[in-house]
Every structure is written in C-alpha cells, then in structure tokens.
Unconditional design. Structure first.
Lengths: 210, 109
C-alpha cells in the first residue's frame, strides 16, 4: 500500500522526485537483490518505473563508471604499493612467490575466512534440498543426454589435467600458481567426468553402464 | 596499456550495475552482479599493475585480494543460483512476481 502510494506519487510529481525514488530503490536492489528480497521489492515498487525510464539508470551507471575510470587513470605517479614490504619479509615465510606469501602468510586469516565462506555457501546449497532428499547421498546427478564429444573429452583430458593441477599446487611456492589455480583445475576435471556421466557420486551399484 | 584495462574495468562495472538495476529477472541480476564483480577484479588488476615495484610485476597484495574475491564471488553466485533453482522447483517460475500468487497446479508435489 505504502509502496504503491510512493510510486504513484513519484509518477505524478516532477522528474526530480522520480530520480530520488529511483536512486533509493537502486541502492536497495543492489544491496540485497541477489537474495531475492530487494528484487521482490523492485517488482512492486520500481520495476515498471525503471523499465519505462532506463535513461536514469544509464546516466547513473555511466557516471559511476566514469568516476571509477578517472580514479584508476589518475592515480599518483609513484602509485601506492606494498610490494617492497611484501618482498622484504618474504624469506621469513619460506615462500618464493610474493602473491602466495600474501595469501598463505601475511593475510592467512583472509584465506581462512574465504574457506569459511565456501563452507557456508555449501551448507546453504545443501539446506535448499527438498525434504524427501534428506538422508540421501548428495550429488546424484544424471546427464540430460550423453554427448559423444563430451564423453571423449572427459576421457582424454583428466589424466593430463590432474597432473597439471598437482604441478600448479607444487610450483606455487616459488612460481605463479598455487592452491587456487591447482584446485580449480582439479575440480574442473572432476566436474567434466561427472557431466559426461562417467562418474556418479553415489553407490557403485547405481553407476550407469559404461 | 593499463589505462585501456582500467577503462574496460570501469565499463564492466557500469554495464553490470545498469543491468542489475534495469532487469527484473533474478537470473539476469545474478549475471549482472558477476559482470560488476569482474569489472572490480579488472580494476584491482590495473591497480596492482600500477603498483609494480621491488622487481615484481605488480603489487602482490592487490593480486592476492583478487583471488580471494573471485572465490567469494563464486560462492555467492553458486548459492544464488541454487536459491533460484529451488524457487523454480517449488513455484514453477523463475521470476519474483510478489503481487500475483503462483499459478495453481505448479506447487510442490
């Protein structure tokens, strides 16, 4: 009721009021739009307004983009950097690569909390399962159709991919690489085999015939 | 060269923000949010490149922050897609029409 009144008032009044209402719903939409509540409010409050007047959004976003570009391009000439400090303490960490030194030693708490975020997201995804799926084994998933090219690639790539992933993890101490890149490659190989239907995360007797 | 990448990153942020505002569909909002985040990552890369010193190609602090940011963005996007998928399973629709009730017959079994 209140939202509808606000919207009609915004439409009736001058364009300045419309911009104010619009920008407030912009903030709410960008803050919580990913989790649905803000998006739901968008539908009732401002979405017709926004789709009818996308020019305001365009002007706003172009302004923000221009401001960001100006900030990045007009950095002071000796740009602010922490590289000398990172290199100075690097021998104490036993690592040869500065980026991995930051990830594993200087900002280790950040890396730990990043893993906590991953676990929380996993728990969130699990908790979305239907009631009848509880107690089962997660990840039972059949491919929609067997694609011959996908099956071929899923048989060809994982041996090399697993070796390269382990190598990236190993080489990350002194060269560019590390846990993130190696883990992403290993997970991609596993997903490739699962998507091709060669690997099922369930009991062996339920595996599809090869 | 870093100026070109800076412009590209700022343009990505602008495009993602525009799509986030204009599109009402949740899937598009997720995609636009990722576009916005990619722009931020590119900007971080440009700032890291500008801070190259002490024999390194870039500021390692900024580069490490980008990696952490990518992981967190991935986790958030996966959770958002899972929420949207569950919404579609329950209500049979993938949009957020708050005013109208879900159509009869599409409810949970």
């Amino acid at each position: 009721m209140n939202q509808a009144r606000t919207r009609s008032r915004a439409i009736e009044k001058s364009g300045r009021t419309r911009i104010v209402v619009f920008s407030s719903r912009t903030i709410s939409g960008s803050r919580s739009g990913r989790f649905g509540e803000g998006a739901a409010a968008d539908q009732t409050l401002g979405c017709p307004l926004a789709s009818r007047r996308p020019t305001h959004a365009g002007v706003l976003c172009a302004t923000i983009a221009a401001a960001l570009a100006a900030v990045v391009l007009l950095l002071p000439d000796p740009a602010p950097t922490l590289a000398p400090q990172a290199v100075a303490s690097l021998p104490a960490t036993g690592l040869g690569n500065a980026v991995n030194g930051v990830l594993m030693a200087y900002r280790a708490l950040d890396t730990l909390l990043e893993k906590v975020v991953l676990v929380l997201a996993l728990i969130g995804v699990w908790s979305l399962a239907a009631d009848r799926a509880w107690g089962g084994i997660p990840g039972q998933w059949r491919p929609a159709r067997r694609d011959d090219a996908l099956v071929f690639l899923a048989r060809l790539l994982p041996p090399a991919g697993i070796v390269i992933g382990v190598y990236l993890l190993w080489a990350g101490a002194d060269e560019p690489g590390g846990a993130f890149q190696g883990g992403a490659l290993l997970a991609a190989m596993w997903l490739l085999a699962m998507m091709a239907g060669l690997l099922v995360a369930g009991p062996p007797e339920r595996a599809p015939p090869r | 060269m870093s100026g070109l990448f800076g412009l590209a990153g700022a343009a990505l942020v602008g495009l993602g923000l525009y799509g986030l505002i204009v599109h009402p569909e949740p899937l598009r909002k997720i995609l636009d949010f990722n576009l916005l985040g990619s722009g931020v990552f590119v900007l971080f890369g440009v700032i890291a490149r500008r801070g190259a010193a002490a024999g390194l190609g870039g500021d390692p602090i900024s580069q490490a922050l980008v990696i952490t940011g990518i992981v967190v963005a991935f986790a958030g996007s996966a959770l958002a897609v899972a929420l949207l998928l569950r919404l579609h399973q329950i209500s049979g629709r993938a949009d957020l029409g708050a005013d109208s009730p879900p159509p009869a017959g599409d409810g949970p079994p």
